[in-house]
Design a protein around this ligand. Sequence first.
Ligand code: PRX
Length: 582
Amino acid sequence: MDYEPIRKGDVSGFRVAPNLSDYQKAIDRFQWEDIHSDLDWLDNGKLNIAYEALDRHVNSPVRDKVALYWEGKGGEEEKYTFGDLSRLTNRFANVLTGLGVTKGDRVFTYMDRIPEAFVSLLGALKVGGVIGPLFSAFGPEAVRDRLGDCEGKILVTTPKLVNTIHEILDDLPALESIIIVERGEAGYELKNKEVSYERLMGGASEEFELVATDREDYAIIHYTSGTTGKPKGVVHVHEAIVGHYATAKYVLDLHPDDIYWCTADPGWVTGTSYGIFGPWSNGITQVVYEGGFGASRWYKVIEKYKVSVWYTAPTAIRMLMKAGDEVPKKHDLSSLRYLCSVGEPLNPEAVLWGEKVFGMPFHDNWWQTETGCIKIANYPIQDIRPGSMGRPFMGVTPGILDDNYEKELPPGEEGHLALRAGWPSMFRAYWNKPELYESRFKGGWYITGDKAIKDEDGYFWFVGRADDVINTGGHLVGPFEVESVLVEHPAVAEAGVIGVPDPIAMEVIMAFVSLKDGYEESEELMRDIKKFTRKKLHSVACPRKMKFLPGLPKTKSGKIMRRLLKARELGLPEGDVSTLEE
Ligand code: PRX
């Protein structure tokens, strides 16, 4: 709170008038129902995300507008209008129907950010499928855990990736078909259960009668880490589109002439809510860049496609800062008009760096996989307090609760960030885990698991997680998950995992490992253990740092004391160690 606010002044100085012109008025009057009339809906109050994102535009001039500028890793360029995507997704919906997919079946994608990923996800929604987008960076077991948990029926992937998961396919009895997207890489020999995307799409009709889904029908499942066990499937329903649409319009401030770039992958909820549904339900052109991070490369994307609204993440911003202020000067970035960030704390220096280098600050906003859409944000019209996540979105009532989740704490006091339950994109379930789901709600509040402070003016400030979950580069990693993998290694007796500070990713994963009798500590063994984790976990969840210890500090009941490992590693006070079993 030590930084001067960034003043926004009145809207006359804005390049375009913000969609949200008077925050207080909007907050006072807002009802989610007001958003309903902006969407098209199906007959009888039915709602389908793919219809709102694509098909409804087919009856308007938006049909011929570019929906997707795609740039591949190797510089390939493709573009698709809303009309093109509507037809392609119809075809894919027919392909799925031909494979026996019906409403409620789980359809997973496991591929890089290629156009077929978007077609598959939206096509699957048209048949009433529940989509599960996976990162291509997942190892075989991460894929197995997710498909196995919710009995995925279809997997859409590429030859390269399917080769890496052949070994797990026998463990997935519910998986009926694997659709292989070859993308010009002919020569792949189809194996058991595998069918060719290109071949099936070639023979599929462009006409499809969309399955009329109810607003409460399951639509999307994203797996996210928690404190215990395997990742849990966060389930969203078709009504979530109301939240995606409204927040893309009023927080990301998308306007019809914008060229929008969300750098997130659809494997993460940001890449679906704001990399597919939010922009397209608003009829906005977006850029998808398949390649990875690179400062010059990213600036080139902005320059080439004349990106005006850019939604990215703190780790990426800090990497751009590290690359230096000279790099952006080599590019014409004058198309930019609005910058947003999400996923982890955005340090004030990064907010201000935006001002210095692009002539505008980054607008931080806060939400979670479970919330489905942005809940707290900095808006174009409001002063920014660098370091704050901003103020609640319309219709959202956050509170800071005491440790019993009973009492709301006054401004300035740190407590548990909670949200009054009930909004369109609120998750409706953890797949097959009703008790875990219920445990997230107390007295009408949804407990977020974050700690925060609200100031006198209603700005929220992130303090940290209330649990051991680690946020590394915007990805949540449950330490237990990593520990479970580590102890599967034949040499490992026990493992404790913590997050340690990192200037770019905020935190990176550090593992403490004790070895079984008969194993000697060595550099080679450490390398082998790290390699072992890479096979089983998402690359970001693999320990970057590792230390051998003769034994791990545990409570009397045998729980590893991660808090103590962290305090010892960082030279912090050890706190209460009365339960420690030495
Ligand atoms: O701890 C908060 C952090 O990321 C968590 C949500 O992670 P995930 O479900 O993967 O995110 C999905 C889409 C954002 C939160 O509980 N987080 C998110 N945004 C912020 C943040 N921490 C601080 N500031 C933020 N703006």
